[in-house]
Design a protein around this ligand. Structure first.
Ligand SMILES: *Cc1c(COP(=O)(O)O)cnc(C)c1O
Length: 435
């Protein structure tokens, strides 16, 4: 009689609240949810007909906006051929094309591509590549990672183990997570205030621990979900040199920063360095489908395959899904044909100007902008029962976390839409101070 299907048909929202997990959510005390009916361009359309300007690009992903005719067509064309085939023993043109795009766009040493189904898995693969590389070289004890605090690399176990140890999930999973080494996060914002002392802790750790460290892993230039922090290119350059000095691999997690978000196609370009292993995801498919990739150099690929077991030990069921590869190819081609660099710069200027009034608010610690990312850091955590609804009432979609109200809109946002977005941020942040 009372099947779940009957319940969902009677009131799908109530059913969703009672039965469906959302990211980082409680099943017993759920936060307000806003039902989306459709999305087009930079707008999300709610079930009640309200239109919201999207300030999140669906967590860095929807760089071209929603329902883009070019991306839709790429998917439809691929769908007419095949939605999926296994990648073991079979191959297809969309995957090869995508690998070629990634090799052309990323630093020259990166020549080999492993496709994964999500960002977290791409990070797992990067870690596994580093460990398997040293194993094959005859150094099985080189299986530790070194990272900087305030990082975020995903929610699976390997990725979690290199997330910020305080803000991340370490306390809960102590004893389960592998123990890696952390050094303080870089403080310098600009190369002009670079301090040699920034590197002292990492230099010391690498000197004493090099024999057991496989790789340094970090997010270049912008640390995302670990705190929305920005740091200077010189730090990255110095870390690259230190890794070379100690013969340690460098893993760059560009899952958030990739595809132009920071003003360069990849954030490593700000420092003109090449990592040994690079993770991409999020904007890879323009926000259409889940797909990620891990790239590596000829040296690492050959190293892994030069000794027992002679193969890289990974192979997800949905590896290199043709639909995802086809839409990723279209998304990259669309990006390359667009004036993306000018758009990102214009968004950066719009965020600077639009968010400037927040700088004077006593409960605001800092306002910062990098590329097309704008962050308001408050002195107190935001009230998640209150703030998202305030944004929705003002016609925008933003999802703050902890004490951070931030925006990284689709690159196609217009100047007027961006002004409306920042206006709402200023109003709501000001109102938060009055409560
Ligand atoms: C989002 C993110 C991940 C994890 O990607 P998922 O697709 O959510 O698994 C890893 N690293 C960084 C830097 C990210 O921003």
């Amino acid at each position: 009689m009372n099947s779940a299907l009957q319940a969902v048909e009677q009131d799908w929202r109530a059913f969703d609240r009672a039965h469906v997990w959302h990211p980082y959510s409680s099943m017993t005390a759920p936060l307000p949810m806003f039902p989306v009916q459709s999305a087009r361009g930079v707008h999300l359309r709610l079930e009640d007909g309200r239109e919201l300007i999207d300030g999140m690009a669906s967590w860095w992903a929807a760089i071209h906006g929603y329902n883009h005719p070019r991306l839709n067509r790429a998917l439809q064309e691929q769908l007419g051929k095949m939605a999926h085939v296994m990648f073991g023993g079979l191959t297809h043109r969309p995957a090869a094309r995508l690998a070629a795009h990634l090799i052309d766009l990323t630093p020259p040493p990166l020549q080999h591509v492993f496709f994964a189904d999500s960002g977290s898995v791409a990070v797992e693969i990067a870690i596994k590549m580093a460990i398997q590389y040293w194993y094959a070289q005859g150094y099985p004890e080189r299986n530790r990672l070194l990272t900087i605090r305030s990082g975020y690399h995903g929610d699976t176990f390997g990725a979690m183990s290199v997330c910020d140890p305080v803000g991340g999930m370490h306390a809960l999973f102590t004893g389960v997570l592998p123990k890696h080494s952390f050094v303080h996060a870089p403080q310098c914002r600009d190369d002009s205030d670079w301090q040699e002392a920034e590197l002292a802790e990492m230099r010391q750790q690498l000197r004493s621990g090099a024999h057991q460290i496989a790789a340094v892993i970090l997010e270049p230039i912008v640390q995302g979900a670990g705190g929305m922090r920005f740091y200077c290119p010189e730090y990255l350059r110095q870390v690259r040199m230190l890794c070379d000095e100690h013969d340690i691999l460098l893993i760059a997690d560009e899952i958030a920063t990739g595809f132009g978000r920071t003003g360069q196609m990849f954030a490593c370009e700000h420092a003109d360095i090449a990592p040994d292993i690079l993770c991409v995801g999020k904007a890879l498919t323009g926000g259409y489908m889940t797909l990620a990739a891990t790239l590596t150099t000829g040296r690492v690929a050959a190293g892994i395959c030069s000794a027992d077991p002679g193969v890289f030990l990974h192979g997800p069921t949905f590896m290199a899904n043709p639909l995802a590869c086809a839409v990723a190819n279209a998304s990259i081609e669309l990006l390359l044909e667009s004036p993306w660099q000018a758009r990102v710069a214009a968004i950066g200027r719009g965020l600077e100007a639009g968010l400037a009034p927040c700088r004077d608010l006593p409960h605001v610690r800092e306002v910062r902008v990098c590329g097309a990312i704008g962050v308001i850091e408050l002195r107190q955590p935001v009230d998640m029962r209150w703030m998202p609804a305030q944004f929705v009432d003002r016609g925008v979609w933003l999802r703050p976390f902890r004490n951070l109200v931030y925006a990284m809109p689709p690159y196609v946002i217009s100047a007027d839409e961006l002004a409306a977005l920042t206006q709402a941020m200023v109003e709501v942040v000001a109102a938060a101070g009055q409560r």
